[in-house]
Design a protein around this ligand. Sequence first.
Ligand SMILES: *[C@@H]1O[C@H](CO)[C@@H](O)[C@H](O)[C@H]1NC(C)=O
Ligand SMILES: *[C@@H]1O[C@H](CO)[C@@H](O)[C@H](O)[C@H]1NC(C)=O
Length: 362
Amino acid sequence: MDRPGFELKMRRLWLMAALVLPFCCRGEGAAPQLPALIVFGDSTVDVGTNTYMATLVRSDFAPYGENFEGGKPTGRFTNGHMVPDYLAMKLGLPMTLPYLHPNAEGERLLHGVNFASAASGILQSTSLILNVLPAFEQLKMFHSYQAKLVNLVGQDRASSIISQAMYLVSTGTNDFILNYLINPILRQQYSLAEWSDFVASNQTEFFKQLYAAGARNMVVAGFPPIGCLPAERAILGDEGQNGCVEDLNNISIAYNERLQPALSQLQSTLPGARLLYADIYSYIHDAFYDPSQYGYSEVGRGCCGEGLFATAVFCNSASTGTCSDPSTYMFFDSLHPTEKCYKAIVDQIYYKLAPFFGLKNS
Ligand SMILES: *[C@@H]1O[C@H](CO)[C@@H](O)[C@H](O)[C@H]1NC(C)=O
Ligand SMILES: *[C@@H]1O[C@H](CO)[C@@H](O)[C@H](O)[C@H]1NC(C)=O
């Protein structure tokens, strides 16, 4: 057999494939636009991390997940899909798995992973007693994830995945609602402005360390209107009020107003970094005050249970009053949006995200 000739042909074939493939498959719906999606944060982006931890802040039981791929509770704090899921779909990537998930290994790791942990904050002190993973602990896991990538595909390819991946970070709200706002001692010790300084400077430090670890493309969720969350309205609102708790919303507004310039500032000082602020506030606030315009029949209560105090273990199959059709609710439990709301938010974010990162606008 003519070995040298055969090898030559094979080499030509490889060369052709190498030249043609990068062009042929871009722009098709199924082709990923980025190698990976990597997620950090709290329950708004946790896809099941807490299921693998000894914490009560979990949601791996019905009615959570009742609209997720055949009604599967996965540890997502909603009825179906969430922001990281919809974002992955837009990017042509598989949905992220929790880093702690038993299937998160081998090839699965190449498309990214999710470190987010419900009830966590950017500050170490937030939810320490709830035994969840604060943001900087998640960052430590990111380093061990990178070591696994290197083992799988070698240093060069691992580095290119890390630098081209998209990073979604949603954190900080719990440093207020599960820490400062419910802790009278802290409120005596620190003014709201001082506390906001802590949260903001820790968050900035987080992005610097994420950058130092190789991340370049970051999407940063701003605060939602915390005064519109059913639980906050129930606990801190005036009796019988119909609106959101506006002084709580002011905390979100003030925080978002300092987050945006901080991200621009970081982008200008970290070479190659791109940091996009994602506005979560507007959609939820606007929909709260004009529900029918946004396709909701109920925005004041969550679907689960009586809708005001039902979240995590307090939202379960024994809860009475759970709604039969979450698709007309903005909130699924008393702290977390429904998948309908999450999907709408991703559609809105993606409209800005695509041109910002030079992606297809679909
Ligand atoms: C982070 O927050 C803590 C307060 O919890 C503060 O003492 C510390 O200085 C902050 N770190 C940075 C880098 O700002
Ligand atoms: C919220 O902030 C606005 C603008 O700064 C202010 O006019 C309003 O009084 C504040 N509302 C509450 C309830 O603190």
